[in-house]
Design a binder for this molecule. Structure first.
Ligand SMILES: [Zn+2]
Length: 342
């Protein structure tokens, strides 16, 4: 009975959910597009879940259509747009647990929830005529350094992140990985008496977890370790500390070689330090260019991909996404009848 009512409603309202360069919730006379990765001219409303580049097209940020996003995501996305006249216009900020209403009779209700993925990341619940459509965006259900875990939202339809939807992606308990990171830092800075390490991660996501982890671990005070951040990490860290959770102390360092010739070589005796840099600098050619006198044993990278892929520098499997088990858990708890993976 319930199903036939839903079909009737779908025909009445011609609701259509599909994924094509973004997620489309087509309500017939009102078209919602979420995280568009190309320009969709038919969008009445565009939702942006977070600021990672695989979740938006710059061309879509420049449109006059109404956009919904968090204040943190607005700042992150605007920073990607160089020209002042192209900055995001016609937007509404939505906060966690806030509901906004749309449509002629305000019949479409959109509520935002914390996704726990990166600063400003949101999940969306779209409600209309008894349908509850949940879009998770990228999410993480685990409490961790610098982050509150994402919440499971119940709905009739679930559109869920499938980045690690494969049995081979089951991550070790976070505390074990944290311990591995501490052990490696101690072995390099203390046992091998090196003075500086460089660790790469996602500038929006794992770099903030790492900043918090390093600041609030006992190693930092015990061995007087200073934390430096690449400008792109520094920018996001400031937003994270201002709006979400204090990450502790970190300094801006644009060019470690120009400013501090010993960076990457581990030879200075002046101080012990760790430089946190974006993932795209972790490729071998980048290291050779940026750190000509490098000692690869002083470089590390944090990303979920190190779980099943060998990196040429020390890797730690930390991710801001839910792994296979989290995706399965979310799916079972959401009670959704229809599930879509993006
Ligand atoms: Zn993401």
């Amino acid at each position: 009975m319930e199903k036939s009512i839903n079909i009737f409603r779908d025909i009445m309202f011609r609701m259509n959910i599909y994924i094509e360069k973004g997620t489309h919730v087509d309500l017939g006379n009102y078209n919602i597009v979420i995280d568009p990765t190309k320009k969709h001219n038919d969008a009445d409303l565009t939702l942006f879940s977070h600021g990672h580049s695989d979740h938006y097209a710059i061309s879509m940020l420049k449109t006059r259509n109404l956009k919904i996003l968090s204040e943190e995501t607005l700042q992150i996305l605007n920073n990607r747009i160089k020209k002042a006249s192209n900055k995001i216009r016609n937007y509404k900020i939505i906060e966690e647990n806030q509901t906004l209403e749309f449509g002629d009779d305000k019949e479409i209700k959109i509520t935002a929830f914390n996704a726990g993925h990166c600063v400003g990341s949101l999940q969306f619940l779209i409600q209309l005529n008894g349908r509850k459509i949940v879009y998770t965006g990228d999410f993480c259900l685990e409490n961790r350094m610098g982050y509150r875990r994402g919440k499971i939202i119940e709905g009739t339809d679930l559109i869920i992140d499938s980045t690690y939807f494969d049995k081979k992606y089951q991550f070790p308990p976070r505390n074990e990985t944290y311990t591995e990171i501490f052990k490696w830092i101690k072995s390099r800075l203390v046992d091998k008496n090196q003075s500086n390490l460089i660790i790469f991660g996602r500038r929006l996501g794992t770099c903030q977890e790492l900043t918090s982890l390093l600041n609030f671990c006992s190693l930092k005070d015990q061995y007087n370790i200073k934390i430096y951040t690449h400008p792109l990490v520094y920018f996001v860290n400031n937003i994270h500390s201002d709006y979400y959770e204090n990450l502790g102390d970190y300094e801006y360092l644009k060019n470690p070689i120009a400013n501090r010739t010993e960076f990457g070589t581990g030879t200075s005796k002046s101080e012990k330090s760790i430089y946190i840099a974006p993932f795209f600098l972790s490729f071998k050619k980048q290291i050779e260019k940026k750190f000509p006198e490098h000692n690869l044993e002083n470089f590390g990278v944090i990303t979920g991909w190190t779980l099943n892929k060998r990196f040429y520098i020390k890797g730690f499997p930390l991710t801001s996404h839910g792994d296979y088990n989290q995706i399965m858990y979310y799916k079972s708890k959401s009670r959704a009848k229809e599930v879509y993976f993006f």
